[in-house]
Design a protein around this ligand. Structure first.
Ligand code: COA
Length: 383
């Protein structure tokens, strides 16, 4: 991302705020030089290998991993809040089945705000309470939205299951073949949630912080963040990745497809990153989950395509895959409809967003940058 000088005022313009450090955060740290990402000091790979998504949510919100008692209390509270009011189900039923599921998520987040008399509680505890409530309810919304588009009945949340397993259960039931019944599928899905949970000042988190900085409420901040995440340059990339895999559909055609795109200077979704320039620290863990999922779902074809596209892209441009590149085919192999890939990202990132909103509120300054004017010179209506 280049910088440019404004001719009028001789000011350096940082397009896209690239390289601009706007605040401190204690939530996570990205070190592009070493491909490292830590949540509250813990390397994300270690969290994926040793902790559940629930542990990670607790960590991001509270700064420490939970003790056994804290975990039990946290899970109990989350599981008790998964039901959504019938009015929300009716609202979803009234939305078109051809609108993007991210529009449904955004509408649901906003609607839930109208039902919460404490929506304006901007204290740390208040924001974390809202974050937990949204984390509990959004999987119910997303799973039902997918089912209704197939003409299937609502499946109520099951408080005996983890967040990952419960989501897969609400989306697919627990009949034979449902990923909810396969430990390895639940684990891959759980790990993807951990990897998607937080990533410092990315576009949607920054959007949430901008809204919080006006002293608006947390639901408004999350609703705006969902809008930012929808874009294909951000969260929407995991869907675009799978469309590309399906377009290529043959590992033997993958290299030529990549080279053709590169020749035409077209962007390939799932590659590149604003911060990481030598590789995304989250990719190895997600790639391992993708390989395990492929082994269980006869998906070697997608792994072969993944490898060939990655190698061709590396050879031609040196640009490395980001998290969306292995996440897209993993979700596809689990049987999730492509338009629901980004809503799953929402479920995970609610944690990061609200951790940042709490931090913003604790040390707030209105976020309001400047611009350099390059429009018409001053003139008069009467002239
Ligand atoms: N495919 C092909 N070329 C890419 C590319 C991609 N995915 N990502 C970056 N590039 C190239 C650009 O064309 C540009 O080349 P140029 O200097 O010859 O014009 C150069 O790399 C810099 O890209 P730019 O878009 O300016 O960098 P950025 O920091 O603004 O981009 C992204 C970051 C994420 C927006 C960008 O890499 C992208 O669009 N990736 C695809 C979408 C995606 O996967 N998003 C998910 C991010 S987690």
């Amino acid at each position: 991302m280049s910088t440019a000088m404004s001719t009028e005022e001789n000011i350096e313009i940082k397009k896209g705020l690239a390289g601009v450090v706007v605040d401190y955060t204690a939530v996570s740290k990205v070190v592009p030089e070493t491909n490292s990402l830590t949540y509250r000091g813990y390397p994300v790979q270690e969290l994926v290998a040793n902790c559940t998504f629930e542990d990670v949510a607790y960590l991001l919100w509270n700064g420490e991993l939970p003790t056994a008692e804290q975990r039990a209390a946290f899970e109990k509270t989350e599981r008790s809040q998964r039901e959504v009011p019938q009015a929300l189900i009716d609202l979803i039923d009234g939305l078109p089945t051809d609108c993007h599921p991210m529009d449904v998520c955004r509408t649901a987040a906003s609607w839930l705000g109208t039902q919460d008399p404490e929506a304006d509680d901007r204290s740390g505890d208040g924001v974390r309470r809202i974050g937990l409530s949204l984390l509990a309810k959004m999987p119910t919304v997303v799973a039902y939205d997918m089912r209704r588009r197939h003409g299937q009945e609502f499946i109520a949340p099951d408080p005996e299951r983890s967040i990952a397993e419960n989501y897969l259960y609400m989306a697919f039931g627990d009949g034979e073949g449902s990923p909810a019944t396969h430990e390895a599928d639940v684990e891959a899905f759980d790990q993807s949630l951990t990897l998607y949970a937080e990533h410092s000042f990315n576009a949607s988190t920054f959007t949430g912080r901008v809204i919080a900085s006006t002293t608006s409420d947390t639901y408004s901040a999350v609703t705006g963040a969902i809008g930012a995440l929808k874009g294909p340059l951000h969260g929407g990339a995991n869907e675009a990745v799978m469309h590309n895999f399906l377009e290529v559909d043959d590992p033997d055609k993958a290299e030529a497809w990549v080279l053709d795109k590169a020749d035409n200077k077209e962007k390939i979704m799932g590659f590149g990153h604003r911060v990481y320039k030598r590789g995304d620290s989250r990719v190895p863990s997600m790639e391992a989950a993708m390989r395990r999922t492929a082994a269980n779902h006869d998906g070697q074809k997608w792994v072969d395509m993944y490898e060939k596209m990655q190698a061709a892209m590396d050879k031609r441009t040196g640009i490395q895959p980001n998290l969306d590149f292995p996440a897209g085919p993993t979700y596809y192999m689990l049987g999730i409809d492509i338009p629901f890939f980004t809503p799953i990202f929402v479920i995970a990132r609610i944690v990061g967003w609200t951790a940042h909103i709490a931090e913003q509120n604790e040390s707030n300054a209105l976020i309001r940058p400047l611009s350099a004017y390059n429009g018409a010179a001053q003139r008069s209506v009467g002239a």
